[in-house]
Ligand binder design. Sequence first.
Ligand code: SF4
Ligand code: SF4
Length: 435
Amino acid sequence: MKFSRFNTTIAYTDKFVLYNALQNQFLYINPLIKELIDASHDHDDLVGLEKLHPSLFEALREKGFIVETNYDELQEVIAIRERVDLENETFFHLTINPTMNCNFSCWYCYESHEKKSKMESETIEKIKALIESKINATSKIERFHIAWFGGEPFLYFDRIIMPIIKFAHEYCSKFGVKFDNGFTTNGFLINTGNITALKPYDITNFQITLDGGREEHNSVRFVNDKRGSYDEIVANIKLLCKHKRNTTLRINYTKKNLPSVTNIAQDFDEIPIKDRDYLSITFHKVWQEENTESLKDTVSSLIKYFRSKGLNALVGGLPDNLRHSCYADRNNHATINYNGELFKCTARDFKSQNREGFIDKNGSLVWNETYHKRLDAKFKNKPCLTCSILPICNGGCSQVALENIDKDYCVYNFDENSKKRVVLEKFLKLTNTYL
Ligand code: SF4
Ligand code: SF4
């Protein structure tokens, strides 16, 4: 037997947290046990440890802190990655941008708004052909998901979204395939009419963003210089909750808008308790902001405050990126832009020169070299291959890997202490002591 290469030990209170990143397992041990483990590690003597403390040895073995000598854990990580990213034939995830146009122009948006961009019927037909080619009597697909993105997808609700949803729903039903949709929208154009039109269909989630309290938000997202959008968006979120649609409110924060965020909780006061289950609230730092480590405590207090008001405020994700990689890392996903060009990542712009292929008239996805490079980009750099938290970090996502080919980099510029901090945060979140 040998110690796993993915173990981390961190001092916390008067004890130690032991974590294995491959099995995602924790042990919370006292200093004496840590000494025993350290001694066994330093003297490469697991046999001695087993004799001295058989139940500890068994717990370490069971949770993956010690593994068989010939077990190649790196190969296991690579095998999991292949299963998750390259071999899932039961699910297809299609992101559709009906337009690149938007009714707002937020300062931080990375997308270039093209006023005249709109998916033409020719491309809609190609998407229908794609659905037909993916779902048939011989395909293994059990679930087909459309993520509506943009631009603002609701600009073309009747002309683009509904015809595709109706077609996909009918087609999937015919073959017993589960079909659902998710919307990333600014929320301004949501109304009783489109909520009712979507009623027969399975919608996993609406994701809507606010940029701070009323005044801060309106200074960023406005219709014109006299008309903001905060009140309409808040009203539409309430409407979605009333209609029992799961909605995630993403609050984009900056140092400047953070003080105003408290007011948002008050604006949701009138949502009846029974409808609050449909609303989740997450906090995200605007990506152009400088390091905002110092804001962590403020954000923690805000989360507490929102929770005290009966709102479901969520702490940022617990990283488990190997088994839950980004859709763009996977070969069962495509992003189709309004003009039929193919992309993967939705966190970059959709400029033609960055496209990764196109959809042809038969609905086939014709990918180019960039796509194939992306799918082969992970686990190529030395720091990741020797990193103790590789299974939870996954070496960053495929987009970052693609942008850093041939560079030996740590995406996050982490040293060993930073990695320990990530593990400790994970432990504290799991044990609910983070806040
Ligand atoms: S930046 Fe990375 S994680 Fe984000 S959407 Fe793109 S590929 Fe996915
Ligand atoms: S990107 Fe950094 S933290 Fe992530 S696996 Fe690579 S070296 Fe480790």
